[in-house]
Design a binder for this molecule. Structure first.
Ligand SMILES: [Zn+2]
Ligand SMILES: [Zn+2]
Length: 223
């Protein structure tokens, strides 16, 4: 097997991307410990989070929505290249693990993923977030609950709403019926943009008693 990016032969085929290409991936500069977006304050938390904080506790990402990950995510989602998922999960796990070694994160009690809309699942045949989350649960040695959350029927067509209306509308879209009292949950998604989906999910998990919600994503961007 060859590296997905430079086509070099890999000694460990399941890694998918060679260590040289991993070193060449664009790095994030200073990012907010809470929302994962770049910021230049001396504090850990950015001004956005100081003013209006999201309901998750930590957001960890590999990089911004840039090449080569952008293309890889696109292939995973739209060209059935599910063999990419393992290499991408590994990058996510490494980003998480780096912070864990620095003492910035604690190990979650369980792992879940952002559920895909039924229609999309039916079209695609898989949930990319689920593919990404499964190996991470294995490496963390923690249970994986892919169906901890479910999507509810949309109340309104998202397209007809303003950005603020959309953020409000999405709150009604996720359900969770498990008792999560005192639990720490890691939620995996491929891309986080406005953060409204992750925020709605985190609120839902906290309503069910979750103590801590960590979000782990490949790309964090603000489009
Ligand atoms: Zn390579
Ligand atoms: Zn922030």
């Amino acid at each position: 097997m060859r590296c997905f990016l430079c086509r070099l032969h890999l000694n460990l085929s399941y890694h998918g991307i060679c260590s040289n290409c991993i070193d060449l991936l664009p790095r994030l500069g200073k990012v907010c410990a809470k929302c994962g977006l770049p910021h230049s304050l001396t504090s850990e938390i950015c001004y956005r989070c100081l003013e209006n904080s999201s309901s998750w506790d930590r957001l960890i990402s590999v990089t911004d929505y840039v090449e080569p990950l952008k293309k890889m995510i696109h292939h995973l989602k739209f060209y059935q290249k599910i063999e990419l998922s393992y290499a991408l999960s590994r990058l996510m796990f490494l980003a998480w693990y780096r912070l864990y070694l620095q003492g910035e994160l604690s190990k979650p009690d369980c792992i879940t993923c952002v559920p895909l809309h039924h229609h999309r699942y039916w079209l695609r045949g898989y949930n990319q977030a689920e593919l990404l989350a499964k190996p991470i649960a294995h490496w963390l040695n923690r249970p994986f609950y892919p169906y901890l959350l479910y999507r509810k029927q949309r109340k309104q067509d998202q397209k007809s709403l303003s950005r603020i209306g959309r953020a409000k509308n999405v709150v009604t879209l996720f359900g969770c019926d498990s008792d999560l009292t005192g639990r720490s949950i890691l939620v995996v998604d491929d891309i986080v943009t406005t953060g409204s989906t992750c925020n709605a999910i985190s609120e839902r998990l906290k309503d069910q008693g979750a103590r801590e919600v960590q979000i782990l994503t490949l790309c964090r961007t603000f489009l």
